[in-house]
Design a binder for this molecule. Structure first.
Ligand code: SF4
Ligand code: SF4
Length: 58
């Protein structure tokens, strides 16, 4: 089970992308953030650093 990003909360600050040790954060052409389930190892760092609690265990 990978972590997920709640697009209703995400403010696209980019912190999770900087901090993810697996480079699992995907940013679409429209600037929407999501998580690559194949790369995510569920470490929880993105959830810990997200300022608006948009990233959580899926
Ligand atoms: S849980 Fe860890 S590996 Fe998965 S997206 Fe978040 S920071 Fe990256
Ligand atoms: S840290 Fe949170 S608010 Fe910032 S881009 Fe990632 S999910 Fe969105």
């Amino acid at each position: 089970m990978a972590h997920k990003i709640d697009l209703g909360k995400c403010i696209s600050c980019g912190t999770c992308d900087v901090e993810c040790p697996r480079h699992a954060i995907i940013i679409s052409d429209e600037g929407k953030f999501s998580i690559d389930e194949e790369k995510c190892v569920d470490c929880g760092i993105c959830a810990g650093v997200c300022p608006v609690d948009a990233a959580s265990k899926g």
